[in-house]
Design a protein around this ligand. Sequence first.
Ligand code: F1P
Length: 347
Amino acid sequence: IADSLRGRLVLNDSKIILSGIDSIQDKLLNARRIIIVACGTSWHAGLVAEYVIEELCRINVEVEYASEFRYRNPIISEDDVIIAISQSGETADTLVALERAKEHGATIFGIVNVVGSSIARISHAGCYTHAGPEIGVASTKAYTAQLAVLMLLALKVAKLKGTISEERFVELSHELNSVPEKVEWVLKNEVDNIKAIAYKYKDAHDVLYLGRGYNFPTALEGALKLKEISYIHAEGYPAAEMKHGPIALVDETLPVVFVATKDIYHEKVISNMQEIKARKGKVIAVVSEGDEMTHSIADDVMTVPVLDEVIAPILTVVPLQLLSYYIGVYRGLDVDKPRNLAKSVTV
Ligand code: F1P
């Protein structure tokens, strides 16, 4: 996984990647709604995109599990653009959902890793993620590559629609370009620390992952990676929902992972951490470099460089992927081939 994380974000290639948008540009700019259809990790990438596209492009976005969308009777119109996200490009639920949407006249944009795959072929237009082959079954570098493409797409559409200022566009583009070096920073400086944290919590029975705003989908993805690779029960939740149920689980045996990088919700996230600490839960936090305050509250921290909150999900997931990886390794598991999981779910 560590190798696959390195240098995956070839953002200089963004013009080539985004040329896929050209043929459906008008449809995208005038879309009544974007419906994102995906499964598993790809669905989490869609959830990040919902936050980013609604914020930057002011287009209504819905994120659907393909496995539900295909069986119900969804309302789809010709003004809808469907974005399909899939690493393999062969996931049966996503493929069938797209066939349904196509029958209703919707335009389909595919974000797929495997060139020439079924989902790439059924799409009207699309971008390949060019993440290279995923060696492990659990999606990692495909996820960050999907996020990179989705953010490039959001920035391009926002610029064309005029929904963000030129200044903000330049600022976010600059932040996006800084991601590869910030991922490298985590790989260079944080791996030993993450290994130690993994060792400490390798025997946990349950782990809760919490985040707000842009950090919420990352909490979901962190929990999924832990389940997939280490077979520990994990749940991701919006941090503000904690008091509506999951707080009942908190005691001294429960590690709670907070995605707590600096953003507009930061103070609220800190107060959620204090609620966990007051109930003797253990707090593990992904924090922004230099955030001494959060550092002092959490039991364990994984640090990432400072990055704009819109772009941050590409980076903040990396320590969580590594945490799951090392917990799996310390539990003696084959992290590349988790039991019961298939690389492409084609039935
Ligand atoms: C979706 C997915 C992956 C997961 C596993 C099973 O695949 O749920 O996210 O890691 O490999 O399939 P895809 O549609 O993105 O190929």
